[in-house]
Design a protein around this ligand. Structure first.
Ligand code: 5GP
Length: 174
């Protein structure tokens, strides 16, 4: 049996924080153009929510990555679809759902950095610092959360619950 508890982060808390982050990014990149890269599938809800509140000129791109089998990390990262923009000399911001061990984002970060962008920043909706395995500098963090497996707002368990507009802590009972 699967149990989804009451919201850990409510729709209102999420939307308020998303607007705050968007306003910080807009200030930091004032007068510049950015390339906003959404990392799918997890950021499919966070990404459109935040970019619609960022008021600097931007191009939108996507990257499809996966590192998880069920809720266990395998440490193996697969890039299913790369970005299409040429990012050389551009200001790039990566938008991720959650940083856990950091292995996924570190791999993507290093891959994109080798293409010589003018700047490369990371924005994550959730950060589980307790489980970090690699050194990663995250520029924008929505919420720091403790080490729980969470679902909703783009995050899944075996493909489900991504559509929930809030974040819940996931528990599995047999
Ligand atoms: P990392 O490489 O940082 O360990 O893992 C990042 C990816 O693992 C995230 O993009 C996400 O897909 C998945 N992940 C990590 N923690 C959680 C969690 O608490 N819930 C869900 N649904 N996915 C998670």
């Amino acid at each position: 049996m699967m149990v989804i508890g009451k919201p850990f982060l409510t729709v209102e808390q999420i939307q308020n924080r998303v607007r705050e982050l968007a306003s910080k990014i807009s200030d930091d990149f004032s007068g510049k153009e950015i390339v906003a890269v959404g990392i799918l599938r997890g950021a499919f809800m966070f990404f459109p929510d935040i970019v619609r509140h960022i008021n600097v000129p931007m191009k939108i791109d996507f990257l499809i990555a996966s590192s998880y089998v069920k809720s266990q990390t395998t440490g193996k990262i697969a890039i299913f679809a790369d970005i299409r923009e040429d990012i050389k000399g551009k200001n790039v911001i990566l938008f991720e759902d959650i940083v856990d061990t950091g292995l996924t984002l570190k791999y993507i970060y290093d891959m994109l950095l080798s293409r010589e962008p003018a700047s490369l920043k990371i924005c994550t909706f959730l950060d589980k610092k307790a489980r970090r395995k690699v050194d990663l500098n995250i520029d924008y963090i929505g919420f720091d959360i403790p080490d729980h497996y969470v679902v909703g707002y783009g995050l899944d368990f075996e493909g489900r619950f991504r559509n929930l507009p809030y974040i819940s802590i996931f528990k599995e009972r047999i």
